[in-house]
Write a protein that binds this ligand. Sequence first.
Ligand code: MV4
Length: 449
Amino acid sequence: MAINRILIANRGEIALRIHRAAHEMGIETVAVHSTADADAMHVRLADHAVCIGPPSATESYLNVAAIISAAEVAHCDAIHPGYGFLSENAKFAEIVEAHDIKWIGPKPEHIRTMGDKVEAKRTAGKLGLPLVPGSDGAVSEVSEARKIAAEIGYPVIIKAASGGGGRGMKVCEAEDQLETLMKQAGSEAKAAFGDATVYIEKYLGNPRHIEFQVFGDGEGTAIHLGERDCSLQRRHQKVLEEAPSPVLSSEDRHRMGEICSKAMSDMGYRGAGTIEFLWEDGEFYFIEMNTRLQVEHPVTEMITGIDLVREQIRIAAGKPLSVTQSEVIFAGHAIECRINAEDPFTFAPSPGEVTSYHAAGGMHVRVDSGLYAGYRIPPYYDSMIAKLIVYGRTREKCIMRLRRALEEMVVEGVKTSIPLHQELIKQDDVLSGDYSIKWLEEWLETREG
Ligand code: MV4
C-alpha cells in the first residue's frame, strides 16, 4: 500500500508543489518534462527526471504512452497528475491503475461522471445538491427547449454537456432567439468537443462563483474544507481568489459544507474535489464539479493549516484522512493572486528570459513558483508563472499584507500581471468584497491606461 516514488505528470509551480509534499513525506519524485522544460525548476528539484517528448503538450504532457513508460522505467508506484493536462482524463486514470500504479486522484468512474455536465448535474441533484432550475438532462428538440424556457422564464442559458469552464455557452433573452441559439450551441459544441449535446438552465444575471473544497477516502468518509470565492475572472480565467468568501456567514458555510460532504460520502468519492456553485441573493446553485486539485487550493491550506497534496497522497496510499470534520478549524483570511507572464493591459502573453527575480517573503506570505533569474519562460504553455498567496487574521490585514507583498515581488525581463493586481486591490468594490462574476471584465473596460 505504501507509496515510495511518485511520478509527477505536470510542470511548473504545481509540479514543485507536489514534489514538496512528497519529500516532506519521505517519498521520492520523478519529474517528466518536454524538451522545452529541460531547465525547469521541477526537473532540477526532482530526484529523477525523464524527457517525454517535444515542446507540444500533445506530444509530451498529454502523451499517455510516454508517461506510463517513464513511470515503469523509473519504478514509480504512483502518479500525481496535478491540474490541467491529464488530471481529469478518466481513461488515463484507468490506464494508470491497469498498470498497477496508484492513481493520486478520484475514481475513474467519478471523473467520467463529472466530466459530462449533464450527468454531473443529474448526479448532484440525486445527492441533494441545490441545482439551477432547468432541463432535466439533455435537450435535443427546439420544441422541448421552448417548453422548458417558458416554465423557468427568460433569460435562459444553453450549455454544452461536454463543455465546462465556460466554453460553448449561449445566453438567450427571448423565445424568438431560442431556435437559432440552440442550433448554434449544438453545432459549436459538436465542432469543439465532438458532442452536440446541450442542456438548458435559468440564466443567473449577477452571481458570485463560490466553490467548496471536499475530500473523501473512497469508502464513505468525507469532509469539506470550506469555500473559496473565485468571482474575479476574465474570460473564464481566475485572476484572484480568496477564502473565506466575503459574503458567507459561518452558518452558511457549515450548512453548505455539510450538504457537500454528505453528497461526497454518499457517492463514495475518493480524493480531492471542488464543487462549484453560483451564488445569488443568498442561494447556492450547483454548476459543475472538478475532480482534481485546483490552482487556488493554497488559500484553503492557509485558512485550515491542512496540506491538501499530502491528504491526496495519503488517500491514494489507502490511509485515512488525517483530520475529521470537527478537527477542521477555519481561521483568518487568505488571498491568492495569479501572476501571469502577460501584458497587464492587453493580456498578450509575454514569454522570454526572466533577467531578475525576487520572491516576496515575510510572515504569512507564500510564493509558489518555479521561476529563477535566467529562466526562459517557454511560449508553449499556460502563462501563469507564479502564485502569491497571503494570509491575515482578518480580510483587511490580509489585503494590507498583499499590497506589501506585491511591492516586494520583482520579475524582470518579461511583462507580468503584478501591476494589474496592484491596481485591482485598490478598488473600493474589491476592498469591500462587493463583486460578482461580471465585475472584473466591466472594470477592465472602464480602466485607464
Ligand atoms: C452560468 C451563468 C449564469 N447562469 N449558468 C461559466 C463557466 C461555467 N463553469 C459556468 N458558467 C456560468 N454558468 C447559469 N445558469 C454564468 C456563468 C459564467 C461564469 C461563472 C463562473 C465564473 C465566471 C463566469 C463568467 C461568465 C459566465
